[in-house]
Write a protein that binds this ligand. Structure first.
Ligand code: DQA
Length: 145
């Protein structure tokens, strides 16, 4: 069974209470349940993790191939806009990676308009709330099928 690594970046553990007008009411646990349900119908295995620490995310991406993952679905959250290290880890591991965002990062503050991850990702989905994740997983499934 193919395995997909799902990474949620900083502050996404606070979904459901954090800036609900922007990120919605759905908690991270609820998002993971929806992702697992979709994964099940496609007979793939998902490992989901959330971290507020850049180095943890870099480590996890770096060992993803060794751990048998076929692809990565990532919401790098604020690190999207700052992390050369996460971008380099994706390049280093060379696994198909899809970037997702709940909000439309291009309709928000200027500093969110640039993603350091997008140029090394297969593609990016931004602005569809929880559906960004589900669309992102579908994109990953299409890539690895
Ligand atoms: C986010 C957008 C980022 O700009 C922000 O820092 C986040 C969440 C999103 O999912 O919309 O934490 O990645």
């Amino acid at each position: 069974m193919k395995r997909i690594l799902v990474i949620h970046g900083p502050n996404l553990n606070l979904l459901g209470q954090r800036e609900k007008d922007i990120y919605g009411q759905t908690t991270l646990e609820e998002i993971d349940v929806q992702l697992q349900k979709l994964a099940k119908t496609h007979s793939v295995e998902l490992l989901t993790l959330q971290s507020n620490h850049e180095g943890d995310i870099v480590d996890k991406i770096g060992s993803a191939k060794k751990e048998g993952f076929a692809a990565i679905l990532i919401n790098p959250a604020a690190y999207t806009h700052t992390s050369v290290a996460i971008r380099d880890a994706i390049l280093a591991v060379s696994l198909p990676t899809v970037e997702v965002h709940l909000s439309n990062i291009y309709s928000r503050e200027d500093f969110r308009h640039k993603s350091l991850v997008a140029p090394v990702a297969h593609g990016q989905i931004s602005g569809f709330g929880v559906n960004s994740y589900l669309l992102g997983l579908q994109a990953v499934l299409g890539i690895i099928k």
